[in-house]
Ligand binder design. Structure first.
Ligand SMILES: [Zn+2]
Ligand SMILES: [Zn+2]
Ligand SMILES: [Zn+2]
Ligand SMILES: [Zn+2]
Ligand SMILES: [Zn+2]
Length: 313
């Protein structure tokens, strides 16, 4: 067989599968119409050449009912099904259609249809419609770990969600938690704090604004510090524009209002963490899509506490 020619194919169960013969296919077993191994060959009366049963109508219609090998006329009624040749071809040794995937199977051509359904290296198209083709041996791994259309459970609301919708589900998930984006300790021997961002907005600004908060944490020096917490907190969302001159950072400063009502936020922590305070309307969500605040799904938020008016310990 000349290199580069298409491999002979046969049809099993309606699917075109590739045939790779162990020995080169003898020319006499090749159909002169489709150039593939003869399938249910018929023999012409006058010249004894063959073609596939399926190729005969095309030969009559498009080739003027002449043998493509020697041009002798073919009489439609003078062709015979060559059962012996069919049998001989069906017994030729072939490699597995998926030998390039690593299958070592060889066998008679007629055994291919029963091998393919159990071949571990056969290509499978994911039945959930994710578009991925994998080998049969990887079926379990694909369906459980890799398939984007597999169903997973949202860890927040416990609803079943297709894996590839999970990210968009999170935006609407009623139980999606506020995301802790930074856990920064304030300068030593001052109040400890934890900051968090609520990317899709908190409370009544949900879906409109991004909210940023800090919460005071219980610390070792709390007894020495002055309460309530009264230092200005500045949140900065960094513009990741490549050109430093073109950056437009967004800043927002919160000056704590040390009223009695705000004691749960600003008072000395009695539990592990106080209720959070900060910028509920830090910025409009639409703004995040402009400029370069989000790059590769990452944003940088700086939280600064004004230490100027702190009394050193
Ligand atoms: Zn043919
Ligand atoms: Zn002929
Ligand atoms: Zn195989
Ligand atoms: Zn899949
Ligand atoms: Zn959910």
């Amino acid at each position: 067989m000349p290199s580069g020619s298409p491999r002979p194919k046969t049809s099993a169960g309606g699917v075109e599968i590739e045939l790779v013969f162990v020995e080169p296919l003898p020319h006499a077993y090749e159909c002169p119409v489709c150039q593939q191994a003869l399938r249910y060959p018929v023999q012409f009366d006058k010249c004894a050449h063959h073609c596939c049963s399926n190729c005969l109508p095309q030969l009559i219609k498009e080739h003027g009912a002449k043998c493509p090998v020697d041009g002798k006329p073919i009489d439609r009624d003078q062709v015979y099904v060559d059962k012996n040749l069919q049998k001989t071809i069906q017994q030729l040794q072939v490699k597995c259609t998926f030998h390039e995937n690593g299958c070592k199977w060889t066998g008679q051509l007629k055994e291919v249809p029963s091998h393919i359904p159990e071949c571990e290296n056969a290509d499978m198209v994911c039945s959930k419609g994710c578009g991925v083709i994998y080998q049969r041996k990887d079926h379990e791994k694909h369906s459980v770990e890799d398939c984007l259309k597999r169903v997973v459970i949202c860890e927040h609301c416990e609803k079943e969600i297709k894996k590839h919708y999970l990210d968009s589900h999170y935006k609407a998930c009623p139980r999606f938690p506020l995301t802790a984006v930074e856990d920064r300790q304030l300068p030593a021997k001052v109040q400890r704090g934890q900051s968090r961002a609520c990317l899709y907005g908190d409370g009544k600004v949900r879906g409109k604004h991004m909210s940023l908060f800090v919460g005071l944490l219980k610390g070792d020096y709390d007894v020495l510090l002055s309460w309530p917490f009264s230092h200005r907190v500045t949140f900065t969302l960094l513009d990741q524009c490549q050109d430093p001159a073109g950056r437009h950072n967004i800043t927002y400063t919160v000056k704590p209002n040390t009223t009695k009502e705000n004691r749960p936020f600003l008072g000395r922590p009695t539990s592990e963490r106080n209720a959070s305070f900060g910028a509920q309307k830090f910025c409009e969500l639409g703004l995040l899509e402009k400029l370069d605040y989000v790059r590769d799904d990452v944003m940088f938020i700086k939280v600064q506490v004004d230490t100027e008016d702190m009394t050193p310990l």
